[in-house]
Design a protein around this ligand. Structure first.
Ligand code: GDP
Length: 315
């Protein structure tokens, strides 16, 4: 089937596959729905880290070496902010800052997050649809020894150190699905849903927590395929490995597949992890082996082709 593809994405890992999908599908055939649970207000600005990672990566403006933010970034604003004695725990590059100013300005003028995101995408030359999961604020919070903490405080300021016993998405239930995500799920020509290689607990679960999304996926009429964020049993970056260990989940891909359960038909794992395939199949998931490490645009494109082929989507 050569219809539409809906990708669910978090930040850096998801953004790379989303960019690969954008490279191989005609622009009208892709919607990327992005986690907004990491969003927060900082210094008077509304910051949407995962939407920005997707925007920058799909526009080819991301910094591959640093792994986040924009390439050719400068840091004069942060320097001056420190001199003024303001909060400096969250790094904001000068170019990146412009995104947050534009977003905040437009939100205050009455635009929805969907409208602002569409505007930013178009301005950066992106032809595909990038949509937030919801226009209502959803805020991921983690429970640690210090009680409930906002995600970015734990992630950036506390560098993920305190062990997490529970995760919640404040604003859910009650967060209304964004028009773009609802539309993509309801499309008659929807051919597949792709869950990008993002953190299942912190990036994908918030999307599933938006009213109606989990149900829509459960009642899908098309294949749903997840790409594992683990390679060699480890996350490439971020707190996923730590979260799995803290939950006593030590079987890598098998735990990830079990977490998604009946929401996905099929899982793409790294070729090097082929030993996991029999247990995954026993658990009821189809398995595709692929090179899942994305270091370059060519890697992203190759993985996107493999994912679409596994989902039966024609190019
Ligand atoms: P965040 O919100 O920026 O942390 O981004 P995501 O949740 O989208 O991505 C984090 C996950 O992406 C981590 O668990 C990584 O292991 C995974 N990841 C990053 N790069 C790659 C890659 O090239 N291939 C695969 N398979 N996973 C990746």
């Amino acid at each position: 089937m050569n219809g539409h593809v809906l990708a669910l994405s978090g930040g850096v890992g998801g953004a790379k596959l989303a960019a690969g999908l954008a490279d191989v599908l005609a622009p009208g055939r892709l919607t990327v729905a992005v986690n907004t649970g990491d969003d927060f207000e900082h210094l008077g600005l509304t910051i949407c880290p995962d939407i920005d990672s997707v925007l920058y990566t799909m526009a080819g403006l991301n910094d591959r070496q640093r792994g986040w933010g924009m390439a050719n970034e400068s840091w004069h604003m942060m320097e001056q902010l420190r001199r003024l004695g303001e909060e400096d725990w969250f790094n904001l590059g000068d170019r990146d800052l412009a995104t947050h100013i534009a977003r905040t300005w437009r939100l205050r003028a009455g635009s929805s997050l969907s409208q602002v995101t569409a505007h930013l995408a178009t301005s950066l030359g992106i032809a595909q649809q990038i949509v937030p999961m919801s226009d209502n604020p959803v805020r991921t919070q983690v429970h640690t020894g210090n009680g409930w903490t906002d995600f970015q405080r734990w992630f950036v300021s506390e560098q993920c150190r305190p062990a997490v016993s529970e995760i919640r998405f404040a604003g859910t239930p009650g967060a209304v699905i964004s028009p773009g995500l609802a539309e993509a799920l309801a499309r008659e020509d929807l051919a597949a849903i792709v869950i990008c290689p993002s953190n299942p607990f912190l990036s994908v679960d918030p999307v599933l927590a938006v009213d109606g999304v989990r149900e829509a996926l459960m009642n899908r009429a098309v294949p749903c395929i997840a790409v594992s964020p683990l390679i060699g049993g480890r996350a490439l970056k971020g707190p996923l490995s730590k979260l799995l260990a803290e939950r006593d989940l030590r079987r890598g891909n098998i735990d990830i597949a079990q977490h998604y359960g009946a929401l996905v038909d099929s899982i793409v794992i790294d070729r090097g992890d082929a030993d996991d395939a029999p247990a995954l199949r026993e658990g009821g998931h189809a398995v595709t082996l692929a090179e899942t490490l994305m270091r370059s645009a060519a890697d992203q494109e190759r993985l996107a082709r493999d994912v679409l082929a596994a989902a039966g989507v024609e190019l």
